[in-house]
Every structure is written in C-alpha cells, then in structure tokens.
Design a protein around this ligand. Structure first.
Ligand code: SF4
Length: 416
C-alpha cells in the first residue's frame, strides 16, 4: 500500500507548512512552554491546541519534546507487527468519501474470502515469519445487501461477525498467527465473542466531530461512523479489558481543534479503562476513484504536528503512524515521537491503500537504526497488555505463550 512520492503534487502535499489545515496563522510562542514540560506528564487541551498550530520556528522544539517523551516511555526501540492482511469482505454498508476498499455486490473486485483463501494467506504469512492476521472488512454488509446474506448462508453463517469469529478461530487453531479483527461497530456481546479468539482488536475513532456526517461530508451515508457509537464500542471494550487499537484520521474535513478533541476523547477512555494499546495517527491520501479525489491531503507539517501532539497528550501510549502513507518521510515520523510502525506485510497488499506498497522490512530496519533505534517485531497485542489476555486460560493464552519472547515481543524466527 505504500508508494514513493513521485509527483510534484505529492511532494508539495508533504512540504512543511506554517499554515494549518483551516488556514489559521501559526502560534509562535510555544517554545517556552515546551521547555517547561515535565517528562511523562500529559499536556493540557489548551497547550495541545496551541502546539498543533505552532509555526515552523517552534516546530523543532515541538518535535524534540515529543521525541523526548517517546524515549521516556520506551527508550531505544521502535516496534512493528509483521502481518498478513485478510480483507474478509470488501462489501460494506457505509460509503465513506475517502474509501477505496469498499465495493457494492457485483462491482469489479467485490469479494468475500472463503475459509480456504483465509488459510492459504495465513499459512503463506506464517512461512514469512508473520505473527498477525489482520482481518479488515466492511461494516455489516448483510444489512444492506441480499447478495451478502446469500453468501453468508452459503458459507453457513448468520452474519458477517459470525463468519469473522469462525475465521479468527480457524487462524488461531490452524496457524501460529494471532488474529486482530477490525470489524467496525461492535456490541458488548460481540466484543466478548471476538476477544475469545483474538488477543486484541481495533476500531478507528477517526474523528469525534459528528459534523462530518453532514450531506457531502466525508461520513455522509456512513451510519457506522457516528462518533458517539464508535466511542461506545471503544468504551465497551474498555469495560471488558480488551486491548484496543484506535486512532484518528486527519484531513477528512475536520479542524485542528477536532484533531485535539478526538485525541482527548481517546485519552479520556484510556484514563478510565486503561485498555487503549495503540493510537494510530493516519493521514488521508487522495485517490482518483474516491468521492474525495480532489480534497487536499494534509501536509507533512500537519502530520508531524498531529503525531507530536498525540505523543504529548498521551506520553505513555503507543503511538503509530503508517509509514506507507508517509513515504519517504520515515525519519520525520520518528522525530515526531512515534514508537511503532504498525502492521507491515511482507506478503499482502495494504488493501485499504493498495497503491501504496509497504516499505521493505530491511529498508525500514536500516532507516530506523539510522535514527538510533532498534527495530523489533511485536505481536498484535502489545507487551504491556499481554498479561490481561493470558489471565484467561485457553487456546489464546497457549498460542501467545508459544510466540512471545521474554519481553512480550514476537519471538523472531527470521531476520527482517
Ligand atoms: S472506510 Fe470502512 S466503513 Fe467506510 S466505506 Fe470503507 S470499509 Fe466501509
């Protein structure tokens, strides 16, 4: 899914800019406040709002503070998860304006994987040292499409979630991979059911701003993108102590204030339940086939400010940014305080951003090391959340025991 920046337009989109997404003039008086920051203490909303708008003069100080916070949290190491990507079904009842993944039934490329296909990909990944089976899928397609109901009936399942549960169990039972499902909104019952067959799961909050549901906006005709519903799913996972990955998507029509408030909504849930294992800062990339084809992409400067502010708002959280959506600017993301590259596949495409190939793992290792970090392979569940999962005896705990090392990272079977 990742691709090098080839065109002047792309290069321009990634150029550092002093002007925010909303055209706000940068605030140029942040440096002194940054020097007073206490390592490990989260910053306030007020400071975050000023930092996310900081001018280019203050940007080096912001990045330095973010990197110091990262080093205080997890010194010397950057992690990634070696995964296979399993697009269980790309049928989806939502129509997000930035999505290239979803299809309607009958559209070219519309597909629901069979159990054989799932196992074939998982086993191929196993041979390449993968430890994560990332299940990505559209949200409840059977509610909108009779064709999906027929497919599920043919496969022998009542719903997409029943099928997902069975495929997670299949992968868990038949391979050494650990499932990490991203199925969209979930009820309390389904969180519990999926948690029995996967050590972690995910749902991007994307934005806390419900204005993006308005006609013509990014989440128009996307009923599963109501922020309150997504927050409820994340909260329910917290009540059940399920290690949870979430994050924000920047550049989909939100304001800088929205970005801070989305991060704060995630922080509030984590403060309450302690279950947010990873916060992803993902940047919108325009593609010719999407409704938002002509929407401006966030600049590199916006991305770096958002990542750095995320780090300072949650200094002790795992912060991730996808390298394929920011290539070739890996070093800059490290400077902004990430401690994880997310899931990277040596085998499968990033089906959400298929035009942007994953970085070669050896290249990623060399570039990570050139910034003074060791690159380590992790499991889909982060080390600090593993004991919660392993406290319930069963297949999941047994599998984790066989694939983790003494630090809770992946027992590496081959060099990246
Ligand atoms: S982003 Fe997810 S929910 Fe939105 S249309 Fe694409 S697959 Fe569906």
């Amino acid at each position: 899914m990742i691709r090098c920046i080839n065109t002047p337009a792309e290069a321009n989109a990634l150029t550092l800019t002093a002007i925010s997404a909303t055209g706000t003039k940068p605030n140029s008086s942040c440096a002194s406040e940054l020097s007073d920051l206490k390592l490990g203490s989260p910053i306030s909303r007020d400071l975050a709002l000023r930092l996310i708008r900081c001018g280019n003069d203050d940007l080096p100080a912001l990045l330095a503070a973010a990197r110091a916070a990262k080093e205080n949290f997890k010194p010397g190491v950057i992690t990634y998860s070696r995964k296979v990507f399993l697009p269980l079904t790309n049928l989806c009842r939502d129509y997000c304006g930035y999505c290239t993944f979803r299809r309607d039934p009958g559209e070219p490329g519309a597909h629901t994987m069979t159990p054989d296909e799932v196992l074939t990909v998982a086993r191929a990944g196993e041979k390449l040292g993968c430890t994560e089976a990332l299940f990505s899928l559209g949200d409840k397609p059977e509610l909108l499409f009779p064709e999906m109901r027929d497919t599920l009936r043919h496969l022998g399942y009542k719903s997409t979630l029943h099928y997902l549960e069975a495929m997670c169990e299949l992968v868990l039972r038949e391979t050494s991979l650990l499932p990490h499902p991203n199925p969209g909104l979930l009820s309390a019952e389904w969180i519990a059911r999926l948690a029995a067959v996967s050590p972690s799961m995910g749902l991007m909050l994307e934005t806390a701003n419900s204005a993006l549901l308005a006609p013509g906006a990014a989440h128009d005709n996307a009923p599963d993108k109501v922020p309150a519903k997504r927050l409820r799913t994340i909260e329910e996972a917290g009540k059940q102590r399920v290690p949870f990955t979430t994050g924000l998507l920047i550049g989909i029509g939100e304001t800088l204030e929205d970005r801070v408030d989305t991060l704060l909504a995630i922080r509030d849930l984590h403060d309450h339940y302690g279950h947010i294992q990873e916060v992803i800062v993902q940047n919108f990339r325009a593609k010719p086939t999407i409704p938002m084809a002509n929407s401006p992409e966030p600049s590199q400067g916006e991305m770096l400010r958002t990542v750095a502010v995320a780090r300072l708002l949650m200094p002790n959280a795992n912060i991730q940014a996808p390298p394929n959506l920011n290539a070739p600017y890996y070093e800059e993301l490290l400077d902004a305080g990430i401690n994880d590259w997310g899931g990277i596949s040596p085998l499968t495409l990033d089906y959400i951003n298929p035009e942007r190939p994953w970085p070669h793992l050896e290249q990623l290792r060399l570039r990570t090391e050139s910034k003074g970090f060791q690159l380590r392979q992790r499991l889909p569940v982060y080390p600090e959340f593993m004991s919660t999962v392993m406290s319930s005896p069963g297949l999941l705990a047994e599998k984790l025991e066989t694939v983790r090392d003494s630090q809770g990272l992946a027992r590496e079977t081959r060099a990246a």
